[in-house]
Design a protein around this ligand. Sequence first.
Ligand SMILES: [Zn+2]
Length: 213
Amino acid sequence: MKTKPYGPTITSPPPHSISPYYDVVRDGVITEIVIKRSDRDPRYWPGEAMRTQVVGADRFVDFYDEPEEKNVKHWKKMLGFYLAKFVLQPLGYDIDINNCYIRSFPQGYKLFCHKKGHKDAPRRDSYLCGWKKDFRSPAEFARHLKWLMLGAKRNPATLKTTCDCCYCDDRMTRQQIAELEWGRKFSRRLKKGKVKGGESECISEKEGGPSKY
Ligand SMILES: [Zn+2]
């Protein structure tokens, strides 16, 4: 079968890795991972009142705003890097892990920017909402996303999730996971609590994750 010379193409997966739960789409040097599985629950989004900016008499705000586009891109790139490195490459995909993105968050998940403090310079923290816990960084969400990508499997005997993210499985803390999978400098930032969100969560290329942004 001939391949189209232009435009996005679904990459030919290694024969053993065709999945109903995701697609891998290549467009030039960029690879996109399309996640088809979700465990969303929109009840866990911030309510309308919490998403409305109200400036108090003290000029302070405390609300969940739309995220900045660059922050959405950062999350998609970090998560794409992780899934490329820990799922696709082991399956035999020949891809550039530094140019890999997820196309979108799983259906029903949404990134918010929590702004709290003086209205002109509030603290900004990212929260990915749509599940019973809010994920506060790409590194915190990565293992849960990997579990979704691989079909959201449950133990057939106990029906318990087989996800090994820091919320589903208490055998490893998020610091330990970060150190194991994202590098030591990144995990040190986690320990200092600087990874919570917004600009502060962005990871430079020297600290693990993709080498380019
Ligand atoms: Zn999980």
